[in-house]
Design a protein around this ligand. Structure first.
Ligand code: PLP
Length: 384
């Protein structure tokens, strides 16, 4: 059976070049990086080499990069450390953040440690920056953390990072942006952007799962939330995910090396799918600012109403097509997408997120659109 993987915002396949870079660190180079003997010194040097690669690509110092278990841990770290160490008593986020941010903010607010405000969205699902400024102005007497994602993982809307960081700077607020969906997809000069924290998960850019990093600007001084050994310069206890870190740095190097080609290819796939869907399925529309400021890997499609909405993903799966009904991290739960609710998408119409990678082809899109056409044509006949 043909298999088409269009769920790359959930995770991407590991690049073979990345695997090749990792393999020696699963076999002959196995020393604990904290050991002082030769085996350990060798792997310590490899980790520090990986840190230098990441830092150079982002135009920051290696001392500002800390490896983590992934995007979720780094989101938790940015938010908890802001409250614990930076005097933050007021959080501003949006109703359409990833749960790694939303649930962390909500837990802190429930504990009574902080006041939590949600910034409003514009009609096409962007952050209302005027409202953000209003919230900061109204809370001048408290130290605020603004935590807003760079690209929404369900609808792809992009936040203007520089503009947002300038607003935060005006009110002396700490700024964290969850960049899990955009890291290694766009070139970022973090010094120029003026953010305090950004983060990444390697599995979103053809690296391994279970490893990521947080960038912590040298302008802020924080303390660990995971206590233990002196790893990560005393910032995160626990033996490092050695081969994961090697794979992350390799994946990032490849992403930067091939970025232009990759962006053009993937944007081409997305544009082609939009055209084909509009041509073949009457009544289709898209969630988010799909033809405006939108991440090139994500396309959230709102289908015409159908009696078998809940069977749509299942029918695609039967045809070998992997897509997602929302955020992968909540698929399997019956709760509808908080992002689609947040942007007031028509919840009576089924929505599917298709997300693309460098491995997808236009032929795959033709296959998917043909299957969708079949599903919707059959449904029409059945309900006629
Ligand atoms: C925007 C965003 N933030 C955070 C995460 C969590 O990252 P990880 O799976 O590396 O913990 C994800 C994963 O889907 C995401 O899309």
């Amino acid at each position: 059976m043909k298999k088409v993987y269009l769920d790359n915002a959930a995770t991407t396949p590991l690049d073979k070049e990345v695997l090749d870079a990792m393999l020696p660190f699963m076999t002959e180079h196995f020393g604990n990086p904290s050991s002082i003997h030769g085996f350990g010194r060798q792997t310590r040097a490899a980790i520090e080499g990986a840190r230098k690669i990441v830092a150079k690509l982002l135009n920051v110092s290696p001392s500002e990069i800390f490896f983590t278990s992934g995007g979720t841990e780094a989101d938790n770290m940015a938010i908890h450390c802001s409250v614990n160490d930076l005097g933050v008593t007021h959080l501003i986020t949006s109703p359409i953040e990833h749960h790694a941010v939303l649930h962390t903010c909500e837990a802190l607010a429930a504990s009574g440690k902080v006041k939590l405000d949600y910034v409003k969205l514009t009609p096409n699902g962007h952050i209302d920056l005027a409202h953000l400024e209003g919230l900061l102005a109204a809370n001048k007497s408290s130290k605020s953390l603004v935590t807003l994602m760079h690209a929404n993982n369900e609808i792809g809307n992009l936040l203007p990072l520089k503009k947002t960081s300038e607003i935060c700077a005006k009110y002396n607020a700490v700024f964290h942006s969850d960049t899990v969906q955009t890291m290694a997809h766009y070139a970022m000069d973090l010094k120029d952007l003026g953010v305090h924290f950004v983060n990444a998960g390697a599995h979103k850019f053809h690296g391994p799962k279970g490893v990521g990093f947080i960038y912590v600007s040298s302008d802020v001084k924080i303390h660990p939330i995971i206590h233990g050994g002196s790893q990560e310069r005393n910032m995160r206890g626990g033996t490092e995910n050695l081969y994961g870190i090697i794979g992350l740095a390799k994946a990032m190097e490849i992403a930067y090396r091939d970025m232009k080609e990759h962006q053009e290819h993937v944007q081409g796939i997305k544009t082609y799918m939009i055209e084909q869907l509009e041509k073949n399925i009457p009544g289709i529309s898209f969630n988010g600012d799909v033809k405006g400021s939108s991440l090139y890997t994500v396309l959230n499609v709102c289908f015409p109403p159908t009696d078998n909405a809940e069977m749509l993903l299942f029918n695609l799966d039967i045809a070998g097509i992997a897509a997602s009904g929302g955020s992968a991290c909540t698929s399997g739960s019956n709760v509808g997408s908080h992002v689609l609710k947040g942007i007031c998408s028509d919840m009576n119409r089924p929505s599917i997120r298709f997300s693309f990678s460098k491995y997808n082809t236009k032929e795959e899109i033709d296959y998917v659109v043909a299957k969708l056409k079949e599903i919707f044509t059959v449904k029409k006949t059945q309900t006629a």
